[in-house]
Design a protein around this ligand. Structure first.
Ligand code: SF4
Length: 342
């Protein structure tokens, strides 16, 4: 039996039943694969269903305002995925008559679709014989084929993609790619894999050599940068000051004023006046919070304070009711809870 036959037989017995599986629908594959990037399957399940219920077709997504798309994504993180998916849906609706292409090269022209997602859509939705190479597949292929160089080197990455492409069968390429992802997620895991349960152990170079734990060699990551912030909950009566971010990170999401570095309660009024343009009083410490992003760690000290002035340009005082409808990043969840009195 071939590698693919072994793997597909295992997949037929062990595949997880997931709502985006067993259907040939490029839009559903696109949404699910976008949500699954850097996010656990268990987390994605409820988000996926709500998203598809609200936007059942690519046209429905294209017609939605961005705020609504972000609100449905709230808590899932990596919001750039949502913005790109939305932009891509508009591109498909406006330029391609609502039809998601089946060809990898054409898919790659759509906003938010990279090599991996293109391979996943082409193979899963359209039965194209192409690989879908994500982190799990990189691990499985480099172990099976004994590729021991650092996978951050472009030529090594190309070698892995080529090796992955050679493994994909003409029959059931989509199931094969999903089986590879499942194998990487459940058996050929990072660290110590469960080779004794693996359906392709007999064909695996790393298993034969006994060095699977050392493969793949990953590029060294820089540690995330730690940034200290004073997060200011500025009240005008029962309304609190917020703004919609325009920065690339967390773009389009709503956030409270944040001043870099930690200061004393005494220093804050002058700083808030200078940075935000508001006179404030009644500074009270309200707690601390930490949020870890891929490249940054936010260490936040939260303060409440009050003002009688109007919101400066670019800011808005929002009522609690209005705040509930805005998309607020998980990074400032603690501050939101303080505002809501939770
Ligand atoms: S035999 Fe072990 S290292 Fe090789 S693919 Fe299977 S789980 Fe991974």
């Amino acid at each position: 039996m071939s590698f693919a036959e072994h793997l597909l037989r295992w997949y037929d017995e062990h595949a997880r039943t997931l709502p985006w599986r067993g259907i040939h629908n490029a839009y559903h594959t696109w949404v699910s694969e976008t949500m699954l990037q850097q996010t656990r399957v268990e987390t994605v399940l409820s988000y996926y269903q709500r998203f598809i219920d609200r936007f059942p077709t690519v046209e429905a997504l294209a017609a939605a305002p961005e705020d609504e798309v972000l609100k449905l994504w709230e808590g899932l993180g990596y919001y750039r995925r949502a913005r790109n998916l939305h932009r891509g849906a508009r591109q498909v609706a406006e330029e391609l008559g609502g039809v998601i292409p089946s060809d990898v090269k054409e898919l790659l022209k759509i906003s938010g679709i990279g090599e991996y997602t293109a391979g996943a859509i082409a193979s899963i939705a359209y039965d194209r014989c192409v690989p879908a190479v994500d982190g799990n597949v990189i691990r499985v292929v480099s172990r099976v084929r004994g590729i021991r160089e650092n996978v951050g080197i472009p030529s090594v990455k190309r070698q892995i993609t080529q090796a992955a492409a050679e493994l994909v069968p003409q029959e059931r390429p989509g199931d094969f790619n999903q089986a590879m992802m499942d194998l990487g997620a459940t058996i050929c895991v990072p660290g110590t894999p469960s080779c004794e349960r693996c359906p392709v152990a007999e064909m695996c170079d790393a298993c034969r050599e006994g060095d699977a734990e050392d493969i793949p060699e990953l590029p060294r990551k820089n540690p995330p940068k730690v940034i200290n912030y004073d997060l200011c909950l500025i009240y005008n009566g029962d309304r609190v000051l917020m703004r919609q971010r325009t920065e690339t990170m967390l773009q389009g999401l709503w956030i409270y004023p944040m001043i870099e570095e930690h200061h004393t309660a005494k220093q804050l009024p002058a700083l808030v006046k200078r940075r935000i343009g508001l006179p404030v009083a009644d500074i009270q410490p309200a707690g601390e919070a930490k949020h870890v992003f891929t490249h940054q760690v936010w260490q936040m000290k939260i303060y409440t304070m009050s003002t009688t002035a109007e919101a400066p340009d670019g800011w808005r005082f929002v009522t609690l009711e209005e705040m509930q409808a805005l998309t607020i990043p998980t990074a400032v969840k603690k501050a939101k809870e303080i505002v809501l009195g939770q």
